[in-house]
Design a protein around this ligand. Structure first.
Ligand code: NAD
Length: 261
């Protein structure tokens, strides 16, 4: 259903972004990957997504999204490599957990820059081309923490709320065009970013990792189960595909019931 479409997915060398890039490629899109990490992991992601596109390697940008000029450069590189950016998925993100009176300034700055400000730079760079071609989809991977808070995640919760605010603002500005802008708000998804939080919780509370997962990490997720990467990727495919043109400015939860509580 994405035949002939092009997509740039940020933070797609791992986790949710890789899942979205792969599903888009399987649906017929040409996809550019982006992310940091170990060269062998990046090479594997490029081969995996490339295979779904019928090429050896998917195009890739190593842009560090904590830098605004790098974000704009990544969008230009994607337009050059793919011919256009029809679908922009702002997905890259990091986490740091600490009480606010101990929260490191450098972590605050990095989380705001990568999880939030990069979305502004990427949208600003990609939107003119979408308007010109009369079609576009902007999908921001926010979080349940874009809609509600948890303690010790001041930067992450602030950045994700800001992403939801940016999503609504952009949606209003483009409401009369064939471009849409929406946010996906996942609960805890089984990825390296979330799995890394289980062990410290087990140590802190002196319980097994299994118990730390259900009693502490998934405390607020009524399903007591991880959301899977594929669940999020399918919602991203729906938003990018035909039939979602009237969905604009939405913050769509996919969280095992978290926001219902
Ligand atoms: P992940 O750690 O598996 O992947 C993060 C990706 O972002 C990687 O590809 C990494 O290389 C990239 N990245 C990090 N810093 C970067 C930088 N400076 N420049 C470019 N790329 C960078 O994490 P994930 O769980 O897949 O998270 C993806 C998104 O989903 C994030 O925005 C995260 O906040 C959001 N999210 C995750 C969960 C969850 O439970 N896993 C829940 C809600 C929202």
């Amino acid at each position: 259903i994405l035949d002939g479409r092009t997509a740039l997915v940020t933070g797609s060398t791992s986790g949710i972004g890789l899942g979205i890039a792969l599903l888009y490629a399987q649906a017929g899109a040409k996809v550019m990957l982006n992310g940091l990490g170990r060269p062998e992991d990046i090479a594997r992601a490029r081969r995996e997504v490339g295979a779904a596109m019928g090429v050896d390697e998917a195009p890739f940008s190593d842009a560090d999204l904590s830098r605004g000029e790098a974000v704009a450069g990544m969008v230009r590189a994607a337009e050059a490599a793919l011919g256009s950016v029809d679908i922009l998925v702002n997905n890259a993100g990091i986490q740091h957990v600490a009480p606010i009176d101990e929260f490191p300034e450098a972590k605050w700055d990095a989380i705001i820059a990568i999880n939030f400000t990069s979305n502004f730079h990427a949208i600003k760079a990609a939107l003119p081309g979408m308007k010109k071609r009369n079609w576009g989809r902007i999908i921001n991977v926010a979080s349940a923490h874009g809609l509600v808070a948890s303690p010790y995640k001041a930067a992450y919760v602030s950045a994700k709320h800001a992403v939801v605010g940016l999503t609504k603002t952009v949606a209003l500005e483009i409401a009369r065009t064939p471009v849409t802008c929406n946010a996906i708000c996942p609960g805890f998804v089984r990825t390296p970013l979330a799995e890394a939080q289980v062990k410290p919780l087990a140590e802190k509370h002196g319980v097994s990792e299994e118990q730390a997962l259900t009693d502490y990490l998934l405390e607020k997720q009524p399903s007591k189960r991880w959301v899977e990467v594929e669940d999020v990727a399918r919602m991203a495919l729906y938003l990018a595909g035909p039939g979602s043109g009237a969905v604009n400015g939405a913050a769509l939860s996919i969280d095992g019931g978290w926001l219902a509580a």
